[in-house]
Design a protein around this ligand. Sequence first.
Ligand SMILES: [Zn+2]
Length: 329
Amino acid sequence: MSAMAKMTDRRRGRTQIVNLDQIMTDQQIKEEKWTLTTLSAAVNTKENCMLWLARRRLIKNSAYCTTCHQSAYLNAYAEGTDGFRWACRSCHFRRTIRDNSFFARSHIPIVHLLLLIYCWSHDMPIFNISHETKISTEYAMNYCNTCREECEKYIYRHRLSEIGGLGEDGEPIIVDINESKNFKRKYVTRESRWVFGGIERHSRKCFLVEIPNNTVASLTEAIKKHILPGTHIVSHRNSLCAYISDINNGTYSHSEVKMDNFTDPKYDVVHAINVEKMWMRAKRFLEKQFGTTTVQFSTCLNEFIFRNSIKKEHIFGTVLVAIAEDYVV
Ligand SMILES: [Zn+2]
């Protein structure tokens, strides 16, 4: 920028936080690599934090006066938590930079909330999240639940809990299904719940859903809802076999395996172990989340789907995208 342009810019003030070509795509946001140290350094001042958020569409990049409909100007506002705010020069219009954003309903400095999202993405215990972000445990728990809700909405928007169908080669995708009744809310009640799940071979996609019981009717309903037509379903229960081929006039093909049948050459032992591992992970995760918090069971199941479907190093970025999609600023 020339010296003259700089002077003009200073006199006129800014009507946008960053230039439009600096705004990032979903893919760029998802694939960024951060650590707690690099993130803290990137948002070390109120201005840097604001620039960081605007580039990722987490706050408005520009604002319009609601009275005269002209562009509002970005003013330094030292008295405010965020250091800046939008203002109209002709009217009395004033707006916080977090207007309409995910951060709008809180008065906590945005940098602390951002670090909370990062720590939650990495599945830190609530005590550590509270310590790293200087947010009280109770408030941190509430905000973590808000993060969970955003991920849940992301799952529905992107249909992450509908799996299988036909692959790019036109061949049926194989989905292993299983059900279990070992999920209990520890220390609170002895109730246990039926969970039905499926996992795609050769991908990370899976679904987990609570079912009222393990009758054929309940399982059939869950299969229709979560497994796309054309899928080859592999079940571990003989009694269900006969029914799967009947669903929707034979929309699924089907085979059955026994977990101790490792000598069968048709059987993919490595995959069987992966399926077992996913169930073990799900059980541990649900025992921890559902067993020790007040989070709803269905939300816990969806959090697991989210964490299991997305590469670990992309979770933070995907949570940011989930928020940006839900709060269009
Ligand atoms: Zn105005």
